[in-house]
Design a protein around this ligand. Sequence first.
Ligand SMILES: Cc1cc2nc3c(=O)[nH]c(=O)nc-3n(C[C@H](O)[C@H](O)[C@H](O)COP(=O)(O)OP(=O)(O)OC[C@H]3O[C@@H](n4cnc5c(N)ncnc54)[C@H](O)[C@@H]3O)c2cc1C
Length: 403
Amino acid sequence: MKSKILVVGGGITGLVAAYRLLQKKYQVTIFEKSGDLGGLLGSFKIEGTNLEKAYHHIFKGDTEIISLIKELGLENKLKWYESKTAIYYDRTIYPFAGAMDLLKFKPLNLVDKLRLGFVKIYLEKENNWHKFENVLAYEWMKKWCGERAYRIVWEPLLKGKFSDRYKDISMAWMWARIHTRGNSSEKGKELLGYMEGGFQLIIDELEKRIIELGGKIETRNEIFDFRKLEEEYDKIISSAPIENVEYLGAITVVFSSEQNLSKYYWHNINDSKSPFLAFIQHTNLVGTENYSRKNIYYLGTYLPQNHKYFTDKDNLIEKDFFDYLKKIFPDFRENEIEEKFVFKFKYAQHIVTTNYQSSIYNLQSNKKIIHSNFAMIYPEDRGVNFAVREGEKAAALVPEDQP
Ligand SMILES: Cc1cc2nc3c(=O)[nH]c(=O)nc-3n(C[C@H](O)[C@H](O)[C@H](O)COP(=O)(O)OP(=O)(O)OC[C@H]3O[C@@H](n4cnc5c(N)ncnc54)[C@H](O)[C@@H]3O)c2cc1C
């Protein structure tokens, strides 16, 4: 009789772990607390097409997810696009995609720009991240980029991503973000990958294969106490949040409209008064063809889990977000919105403080439970690629059954 394995969580990590174990003929059950699979990569329908509740793209260097896509026979759906990135600062949208854009960026002087450029090159080339582990990102970036460049470019990013905890973040996280992204460019151009028809194709194909291989999936089944299940299963792989890690939540407002607001895909909103950190015109990356020729927009931010938005009604959040959007685009016509949605994620980002490693150290000491939550991804910024890697790693930790 093959070992019985329970996988907690039907996000991409849990699905990959389950799939690998089923391929090795284990008996696998997945318990997922929500009604759908996909977790943070989950989707909904807008203008008749599946779309991620949170904006998603992948990078050229994301080898694990790219090989999974190939393995699942979905390679022809993965398309690569040149990304058009901008910064909104002091009531102006500036292109911000490469060295030329940086040179033309008016809010900074030449010395600031050179320092920013050198810091980026240095972090891309530096391979030893351990030396940054106990260094605060905001202090290091301020020291080496200079006060103004830090305040205009990096502080909004840190605040947007880590909210009121931005001063606690480790430079190792910042290193990883710049190091991996820099190494994802081709001839200075950043190419971003998106699945035609949405990343839901991957989730659906994994679900199909898991069921074909005899796996069981139970949605709306939240595990509160693992101990009760330890008797019943030989191993438990858990992608659920980890107790001694702190997390931030995230909110996205997604809408469709015929109105075309910008020529860029990604906009960092570098203004601490904005309720969202990123404005994304998804269809400026992938085109409007699959969305009844409408433009698709995301407004997104990370927030403390006790922020009022997590209990507020959707219309209150929409009001704040749309009011600010009108400041960026004074001709934004809210009455032309066709479909709109608000999504709330309670566990969206682990707070990568200095000495973070100690919070995830020694987690695998329990013989029954293998932890595989995205908070274990460190120092890299968590993402779908690493989720696939963690799922594979967790499955590999299950000992081979004796014949
Ligand atoms: C706003 C935002 C934008 C992002 N953009 C990108 C991007 O552009 N590119 C990229 O690569 N990545 C991106 N990511 C990250 C990416 O979505 C995640 O890294 C990845 O989806 C994590 O997968 P996971 O399975 O590890 O975790 P999750 O998706 O969180 O899955 C965990 C699952 O476990 C379930 N669960 C939790 N506790 C229990 C329990 N007790 N019992 C049962 N079930 C439980 C949850 O409901 C969830 O479905 C983004 C994330 C966010 C929030």
